[in-house]
Design a protein around this ligand. Structure first.
Ligand code: ARG
Length: 589
């Protein structure tokens, strides 16, 4: 469905043309003086230069031309040369009826040329618990993926596990110290390895920090871990079997955690999956003359003449021949291109890795791993800080585990809900979980991703203000009005959204009319915060309308039915939006 702004622009363009002016001056925007008008066109200001006259002379003629146009309630020329527009109530109602007829998409057309977009987000590290740093990547990535999917793109999420580094060697070393008798450590063993893992997730989670602590104090221990990493990476069978156990145990735990966040991935690939692609990739980079030895290491220059700051070379292999984080990311691009031919790869990663990704992207382009038809996008996010403005920590000052953070907020939310009403414990807990997730996600997503933000639990969990719970509360209110209405009567057969009866109703309708344009723009800019801003405005417009309108006491059956239809449309728009943000609304709260 055409965007309302485009429909209006077309009318203004035609009017310009009819007056003998170039139609290119007819672009209409939302009004920045909502007290005066709903839409405006400032084209006469620019056109005046071309036609060597005063802007208002043009605006006057166009306004004149638009008189009687059914789409407008008013079209006024205002000095020095603005065109102020109000859309006609009938047209607005008709537009909303068309939205409503398109039940699933509310008039937001799918893109004409669907792209295959791979989105790299989450990025958890195997055997290390998820911490809040991983939360943002998961929340933002999931939302961008859903927005893209809603727009009709083929979005493929890849979790890109950190499963290939010293942490693996550390775990193996610690396990060996604890259970040296395990068959995985017997170099002469040639049989099958057991299917049962030799540890549980809680043991595994305890093993890693223990090993990491020891390696910082004990040089020999660290050597052993590095040696184990090397052996693992060079095909030692027992260690490979252990890696699989570590992966399996860790991945099922990660899946459970992500499920609680309403986050899921199409691909569960990891850094280790990229390793087989490294040798050929490196060979080719050398053969093509891109990679050369500098101070013992193999590097590719990636600086460009236009750089204003120093961009160091991209290191491909260390002097001992070991590969690095870079090498893995480059080799990951190799299989992503080979298996998926994506039009774009988006990386949702902490913005402190921006320089690193600049190097990786440039290197990938220069060496031909990706062609010009594939876009590489870095979607860097800022730090989530505590109320003290410093990176989020536990009360004791340690790294906050995601699980604890989430269960803490769930608990807080449950108390609030139980304080408010009498609910069954089980229902209350379920509702608390749903509302808490909206608090966390909305609190994050309503900020522009690249900015740091303060994780303020009290503010995020409030039922008032610009918060997730406020949005859910609004939806729940709508659900309860609908229920009440349905208990009293059925919607009459010819029920339809009617032209607005009040300013607050018109404002709500105008907000609804922005839905398709907003979604398109949120995808273009990969900006979930635009969806948040929209639903906040929409929820406010609805609540304003609700407070000024006696919906249930309306005596005219058709007017009342029109209100209900409008309410249903608003509810649907809100529900689509929270779905792309990655949360949902409970039945009551
Ligand atoms: N595992 C990394 C971390 O915890 C994030 C991975 C980001 N994605 C990537 N392709 N490098 O910092």
């Amino acid at each position: 469905m055409e965007k309302i702004l485009d429909v209006i622009s077309k009318q203004v363009m035609e009017a310009l043309k009819a007056c003998g002016y170039d139609e290119k001056y007819g672009k209409v925007t939302l009004s920045n003086r909502p007290d005066l008008c709903e839409y405006q066109c400032n084209g006469a200001m620019a056109a005046a230069k071309e036609y060597k006259c005063a802007p208002f002379q043009i605006a006057d003629r166009v306004a004149e031309q638009l008189q009687g146009n059914e789409m407008f309630e008013s079209a006024e020329s205002v000095k020095p040369g603005f065109l102020n527009l109000k859309v006609s109530p009938e047209y607005l109602a008709e537009y909303l009826r068309q939205m409503e007829a398109d039940e699933q998409r509310l008039g937001c057309s799918k893109c004409e040329h669907p792209k295959t977009i791979l989105i790299d987000y989450g990025g958890p590290n195997v055997a290390k618990p998820l911490h809040v740093g991983h939360l943002r990547s998961a929340i933002i990535g999931e939302s961008v993926k859903r927005i893209g999917r809603f727009m009709g793109h083929n979005m493929i999420g890849d979790v890109h596990l950190g499963d290939w580094g010293l942490q693996m060697g550390l775990i193996i070393t610690e396990l060996k110290a604890r259970k040296p008798e395990l068959v995985y450590f017997d170099e002469n063993y040639t049989g099958e390895y057991p299917e049962e893992p030799p540890f549980t997730i809680s043991e595994l989670e305890e093993i890693y920090p223990a090993a990491s602590g020891k390696s910082k104090e004990d040089e020999a221990y660290k050597e052993a871990a590095m040696e184990a990493t090397y052996e693992l990476q060079h095909g030692r069978a027992g260690y490979g079997a252990l890696l699989n156990h570590i992966l399996n145990v860790s991945v099922s735990d990660l899946k459970r955690n992500y499920e609680n966040l309403n986050v899921s991935f199409e691909l569960w690939k990891g850094e280790s999956d990229a390793q087989p692609y490294i040798p050929d990739m490196v060979e080719k980079m050398k053969k093509d003359g891109y990679a050369y030895i500098s101070e013992g290491a193999l590097v590719v220059d990636v600086k460009e003449d236009t750089d204003t700051k120093e961009i160091p070379p991209c290191m491909i292999l260390k002097s001992d021949g070991a590969s690095l984080y870079n090498t893995t990311d480059l080799a990951t691009i190799v299989w992503r291109m080979q298996d998926y031919r994506p039009d774009e790869i988006i990386y949702v990663v902490d913005k402190r890795q921006e320089l690193y990704f600049t190097q990786v992207f440039r290197c990938a382009r220069k060496t031909g791993l990706v062609g010009p038809e594939t876009e590489l996008t870095f979607l860097g996010f800022g730090t989530m800080n505590g109320k003290d403005g410093k990176p989020f920590k536990t009360r004791e000052g340690g790294v906050m585990r995601l699980e604890y953070l989430v269960s803490g907020i769930n608990e807080e939310m449950y108390k609030k809900i139980a304080d408010n009403h009498t609910v069954e414990e089980a229902e209350g807990r379920e509702t608390a979980k749903t509302v808490a997730l909206s608090a966390i996600k909305y609190g994050d997503l309503s900020n522009q991703a690249s900015k740091d933000y303060i994780f303020d639990i009290e503010r995020f969990t409030s039922f008032e203000g610009n918060t997730g719970p406020y949005i859910l509360y609004t939806i729940v209110r709508m659900k309860s009005i609908l229920k009440k209405y349905q208990e009293l009567r059925e919607l009459p057969e010819h029920a339809a959204i009617l032209p607005p009866h009040s300013d607050s109703e018109k404002s709500l309708m105008l907000e609804l009319g922005k839905f398709n344009g907003m979604m398109e723009n949120a995808f273009e800019e990969k900006a979930p915060h635009k969806v948040c801003a929209y639903i906040y405005d929409l929820a406010n417009a609805f609540n304003h309308f609700y407070h000024e309108t006696k919906i249930m006491a309306e005596p005219d059956e058709m007017i009342q039915a029109g209100y209900i239809k409008l309410l249903e449309l608003t509810k649907k728009a809100l529900e689509i939006c929270i779905d792309v943000l990655g949360f949902e609304a409970p039945e009551r709260m």
